[in-house]
Design a binder for this molecule. Sequence first.
Ligand code: SF4
Ligand code: SF4
Length: 344
Amino acid sequence: MKILKLRKDRLDFFASVVQQFGEVHAPVEVDGGYAFRRLSRWSEARLNYPRTILPPKKYFLPQRETLFRFVPEKGYVPSAEGLDTRIILFGMHACDIYSLNILDMVFGGAYPDPYYQARRKHIVIIGIDCIPDKHCFCRSMRADFVDHGFDLFFYDIGDYYLTMVGTALGDDMVLATGPLFEQPAEADVDEYKRRSSNKRAAFQLEVEIRDLPEIFEMEYQSGIWDELGEKCLSCGSCSMVCPTCYCYDVADSADLGTRDGARMRIWDSCLFSTHALVAGGENFRHSRASRIKFRFYHKQRGFVAEYGRPSCVGCGRCVAACPVKIDIVEVLERLRGVQHAVSH
Ligand code: SF4
Ligand code: SF4
């Protein structure tokens, strides 16, 4: 991997040059939080942010999208809406890039999803390093560092950003800026290592995940699930904000007064009461306890069995979003036997 450095005070110029590669989207302040939005000017970008409310998965798997339209004279007309828009996501954190690498396994596996694949191909990713806050446990989930899945990645080393070039496109962006990037000196490497070790020490949360699937196996009948079911409101917020949750529903919408319509794909949540409802009225996960239990088992046991790692990157969004303060770290610790009262 090519490693270069960029003076921090030249980042604005770099951002102006990369506009020729596509629409620049970055975190901006919204309603007391942060969200990835298209920038109208670079000064709106807030690269020093803890986490965005919704993860960048909204660009790859939109909350609501048309799969195809049905028109009597034409039959099925596939939708290409936004599939080839070149977007540059500037300022993604390592855990969010890691979550895309996880979604790649799901949407690129045995049944590749053409909509996801097309967006993934057209969206450029420029990552930036971050400092963990009280909700972050990405290090425990091995997602505090990424070695692929980005075009460029910036590490703050004081007056410079140490820059990892991840793809040929990333290299093209570097070359398009002329002599803006320089070779790092030995002192830059030392500074990178010093900051990397400070970051490791800054994590306030730690979760041991090594034998977690086995612990889940043994705790299937634990009273924790009923306790959580009593508290959970089935609002689905934890799934909506989760960068690795990918459940969706498919529904047809007819245009009134015509014979035209569209097949839509819409985010769904395994916490919703209708998620496991099937024709005939049977509901396989009728109780809230069974639904929240399913979410935990899918992420920490089922996904490990299928893909070799949990489908959680430790971003802390579900903890920040839950209205009744159900905290994944507390739940995992309690299952392991670490004494914790579930927060009230
Ligand atoms: S389960 Fe929670 S902490 Fe893990 S990736 Fe999803 S939102 Fe982030
Ligand atoms: S955010 Fe909290 S209350 Fe809402 S579904 Fe998730 S765990 Fe339940």
